[in-house]
Design a protein around this ligand. Structure first.
Ligand SMILES: [Zn+2]
Length: 468
């Protein structure tokens, strides 16, 4: 079976054949940094991190370009409301996004270009479009530059719409200089008090869509393999990106992958709803790895309707896997990650990244593993545990990986705490042996007050950090 993805443009699942053998180039629309991210924003990061990891497992060298939109109407509005510079808002929120991606265990992109660093590339692209008759400077002297949607026969193909049925772009203060209200702004003429850059058509700032075409071409070439983003970006953003680039003569994206949205009670996440789901708040409810599991477990194209209950269920499911691996390493001595994942797991991910089917394979092996623990079958256990770790690694969820063993309590600290708890537990065992249950209970209570839960098992006491 070959690797295949649902391509939004073709509206069907297609076998993945890269432009260059052994390489996969991937452009992902990243953050518009006007506010810190809620989990709806980060879902895309997690979904495409799994795609990247799977491509790498399949032997591809992946070049991932994820942009930052650091100039935009919303950023300018936030800055004006706060009385600070636009770049302060952009910097602050870009840091919040970077931190959120790190917290969720997303590997950093190969390159993370910012829109304002690529104005010359945007001007060059506008020149090409104007020369070919697909763009024009506004007729009203506003300094806007528009894309002429009627000049490009493929306009509407990605989002499967007919041009006659589309509404106006409504992306500039005044549509007066447009030939057709559906023409969209490549460049927005300068307005008083707003940031602007020089162009042959006057000062102004980039339109959102133009940035992504300019940056993807600069880093990935005029044709590249996969363009990703959230489903809400298909129109107008991606439709406009592909129209610009193709009209300018570039091949552009060969596959379009879109992740489903995260809703709350069926509604798209608004700012007020989203505020309750900012990443720092979320990682007080569950651990970061559990939050990643929650976002990763659904198929990337499905809608996730957020609820606390579903989040806690996901956390419990992850703890079952993690608990198995901890016990397996205790019983078998050590559990080394296997070099290869089981076939059923690989088939699930090859088939349009079927993460939920892939996790079903993980849970199946965990059940087998728990039987092996009950039977004390050490070799079998080491083998099953190793396969579970290999699968979790591909999903970025291996609890023994550096990312997660470090984020729990600090990798070095875990050993220190382990030794200290062992001392306390020895004293508790000694108190029990002399039937001093008051002293034994007091030690357990002191550990609990320090955030350490002790569980007595047939193999002796185990501990873990308390989670409230
Ligand atoms: Zn984009």
């Amino acid at each position: 079976m070959s690797l295949r993805f649902y391509d939004t443009s073709a509206r069907q699942v297609r076998d993945f054949t890269p432009l260059r053998e052994g390489c996969a180039s991937l452009y992902l629309c990243g953050a518009t940094v006007q506010a810190p991210p809620h989990i709806g924003h980060i879902r895309s990061g997690v979904n495409f991190d799994i795609l990247r990891r799977w491509l790498e497992y399949r032997g591809y060298r992946v070049v991932l370009c994820r942009n930052v939109t650091d100039i935009d109407d919303k950023i300018i509005h936030v800055a004006a409301a706060e009385g600070v510079e636009w770049w302060e808002v952009a910097e602050r929120n870009q840091r919040a996004f970077t931190s959120a991606y790190d917290i969720l265990g997303c590997l950093p992109p190969t390159v993370e270009p910012r829109a304002t660093g690529h104005v010359p590339e945007m001007i060059e692209l506008m020149h090409r479009l104007i020369d070919r008759g697909h763009a024009y400077p506004a007729g009203d002297g506003s300094g806007d530059v528009y894309f002429d949607v009627r000049s490009f026969p493929g306009y509407g193909e990605l989002s499967n719409q007919r041009i006659e049925q589309m509404r106006g772009a409504c992306d500039t203060a005044d549509d007066g200089g447009k030939r057709d209200p559906r023409d969209f702004a490549l460049w927005k003429g300068a307005r008083p008090g707003e940031p602007s850059w020089d162009t042959p058509w006057g000062r102004g700032r980039p339109g959102w869509h133009l940035e992504c075409s300019a940056m993807s071409t600069k880093y990935l070439g005029s044709s590249f393999d996969i363009h990703g983003g959230g489903l809400d970006l298909v129109f107008p953003h991606h439709e406009n990106e592909t129209a610009q680039s193709k009209a300018a003569g570039d091949g552009f994206a060969r596959y379009w992958l879109h992740n489903g949205l995260l809703t709350m009670s069926g509604e798209k996440m608004s700012k007020s709803l989203g505020n309750s789901l900012l990443i720092p708040q979320m990682v007080r409810k569950v651990r970061p790895v559990e939050l990643r599991y929650y976002l990763a477990q659904a198929h990337y194209r499905s809608v996730i309707d957020y609820s606390d209950d579903a989040l806690y269920e996901a956390a419990a499911a992850y703890q079952r896997i993690e608990g198995f691996l901890t016990r397996a390493s205790e019983v078998a001595g050590t559990v080394e990650r296997a070099a290869e994942v089981p076939d059923a797991f690989a088939e699930a991910l090859d088939d349009d990244l079927g993460a939920s089917q892939a996790l079903a394979v993980v849970h199946g092996l965990v059940r087998e593993g728990n039987t092996a623990i009950a039977e004390g079958a050490k070799e079998r256990l080491a083998e099953l545990g190793g396969r579970v770790r290999a699968m979790l690694d591909v999903l970025g969820l291996d609890p023994f990986s550096e990312t997660w063993s470090a984020s729990g309590s600090g990798s070095g600290l875990r050993d220190v705490v382990d030794s200290l708890v062992a001392v306390a537990l020895d004293q508790r065992q000694a108190a029990r042996r002399r039937k001093d249950y008051v002293a034994a209970d007091a030690i357990r209570d002191q550990l609990l007050a320090a955030g350490i839960v002790v569980e007595d098992t047939p193999r002796g006491p185990r501990w873990e950090l308390r989670r409230d």
